[in-house]
Write a protein that binds this ligand. Structure first.
Ligand code: SF4
Length: 495
């Protein structure tokens, strides 16, 4: 697999391939069921979870309503603490800024903390084109990188790999990237972790530039926060002389008191832990402690456009816990690569089409990558109503309509291939608006019900192959009402 999602097919085509991969399905099933069960136990320990969840949603909503204010406050605080803030409108600009910052140091290597934002903008490829090698240091990201693969899960990017595959990847590829895997490496988890530790240690000690994302940005002090389980993040954030953090503008929270809510919601929802093993915070630069130069790249890349949509903006509350992926029946079977984006699963199905638009076949297919069962909403720690956004985006795909692109209100055309669906919905809408026509259609349907096919012809065949078409009743509800209740009225029996 190449290191980019560009050119990937629409979700149904990609999922048709991945669902036939029995090893992938077994790996995903085992991993997602384990995490989801642990999460349920960790969440059940807190009596006030519903209140915490409501607080998490409310703080994010308030922050998003005043995002300009909090971002400016954060910029002033970061600058006052000795950091430098750069604003990036899109992926290209963010990649250019980071590349120039690394070049200015004279270095040709960087170490990276796992970061969804840098995955979203394809930073590693951009650095590679500029002759700079980026080393991923998170264990799962390392597996993905050494395997010339793509992440398939927000929290566990190599969730689709089992231990035997990881052993083969380490044994085959570590030598090309630095210290080779130990002789006779087995697939014992401790042996694999030790091999990764030895491989990464020389990179940590050599690196002079670190690149990170952040889970949160506290506006009142300009403090960035990364939570993690392995300690590799702490090494990247403290050892290099230059630290560059690429952070989506929606990551800002107003105060430390607000942060307290998310530091409870996030670990229980993601790793089923009461708190994260490592919580690193950094504010600008400090003499003789940590990086001597700090740059914060604030990334928009479609976020203000998303903010302009009153339904879809809920997706910007996301704290990337991945709980929705672990309960999603579609993700469990299709796997993360089928979503063609750094953001797979239910959150990817609503976030990616908003960040990238719905013009491509892939992006237009994502709002349909769901059964609308609602499990994602039930587990989301910030109460994002993902099913509501999915339906909202499906309407956009089918009908087109007004959206904001790069801050300008514009009207987009319906996606290709939905003409039949659009015609059917318009016909249904018109019929429901005309009671006489609706009544006639119901009667016709009832009287001809014996002749209705059990399977739909043409493009409807795939749909009806796996579903039973409903049998129409002999009499419509309207006719039944008229026949039974109207005569009651006339005889004075009914109120
Ligand atoms: S949408 Fe909710 S459940 Fe899914 S990753 Fe984001 S915060 Fe977690």
């Amino acid at each position: 697999m190449s290191g980019t999602y560009l050119g990937m097919p629409a979700f149904p085509a990609a999922a048709a391939t991945s669902t036939r991969d029995t090893r992938l399905r077994a790996n995903l099933r085992r991993a997602t069921h384990t995490i989801r069960d642990k999460r349920a136990t960790a969440v059940a320990e807190l009596d006030d979870w519903p209140l915490l969840r409501a607080a998490g949603a409310a703080v994010k909503d308030r922050t998003l309503r005043h995002l300009d204010h909090y971002l400016e406050q954060a910029e002033a605080a970061v600058t006052a603490a000795g950091g430098r803030v750069h604003w990036a409108a899109d992926a290209e600009e963010a990649n250019r800024i980071v590349t120039e910052l690394v070049r200015a140091t004279g270095e040709r290597e960087v170490v990276k903390v796992k970061s969804m934002a840098t995955q979203e903008i394809g930073l590693n490829d951009a650095l590679e084109r500029a002759g700079i090698r980026a080393y991923e240091t998170d264990l799962a990201e390392l597996i993905v990188q050494l395997g010339d693969d793509l992440p398939s899960h927000i929290l566990v990017p190599a969730i689709h790999r089992d231990r035997a595959e990881i052993r083969d990847i380490f044994a085959g590829a570590m030598a090309d990237w630095g210290r080779p895997a130990p002789e006779g490496l087995t697939d014992d988890p401790r042996a694999l972790a030790e091999a990764a530790r030895l491989h990464l240690r020389e990179k940590f000690l050599r690196a002079r530039v670190g690149i990170s994302g952040a889970n949160f940005l506290v506006a009142e002090t300009g403090t960035l926060v990364v939570v993690e389980s392995e300690g590799n993040g702490r090494m990247c954030l403290t050892l290099p002389e230059t630290l560059i953090s690429v952070v989506g503008i929606e990551k800002v929270v107003p105060t430390w008191q607000d942060l307290e809510v998310y530091l409870q919601l996030l670990p229980r929802s993601s790793t089923a832990e009461r708190m994260n093993p490592y919580t690193s915070t950094w504010t600008g630069t400090t003499d003789r402690d940590g990086p001597r130069s700090f740059h914060l790249v604030l990334l928009d890349n479609g976020r203000t456009d998303t903010l302009a949509d009153t339904v879809g903006r809920q997706a910007l509350r996301c704290i990337r816990c991945s709980a929705c992926l672990n309960v999603c029946p579609v993700y469990e079977r299709a796997g993360g690569h089928a979503y063609g984006s750094a953001y797979p699963g239910p959150i990817g199905a609503v976030l990616t089409p908003q960040l990238r638009g719905v013009q491509s076949d892939l992006d237009a297919s994502l709002p349909y990558a769901s059964t609308l069962c609602g499990a994602c909403y039930d587990v989301c720690p910030v109460a994002i109503d993902i099913p509501e956004i999915l339906v909202h985006l499906r309407e956009r795909v089918v009908e087109g309509g007004p959206v904001t692109i790069r801050g300008t209100r514009t009207t987009i055309r319906p996606a290709k291939g939905h003409a039949l669906e659009r015609a059917a919905l318009r016909t249904a809408g018109w019929t429901l608006d005309h009671p006489g026509v609706l009544r006639a259609a119901q009667r016709l349907g009832s009287r001809t019900r014996r002749f209705h096919p059990r399977r739909l012809p043409g493009p409807g065949r795939a749909w009806s192959d796996t579903r039973d078409l409903p049998t129409l009743p002999a009499e419509s509800f309207r006719d039944w009402w008229r026949r039974t209740r109207e005569s009651d009225h006339q005889e004075g029996k009914a109120p």
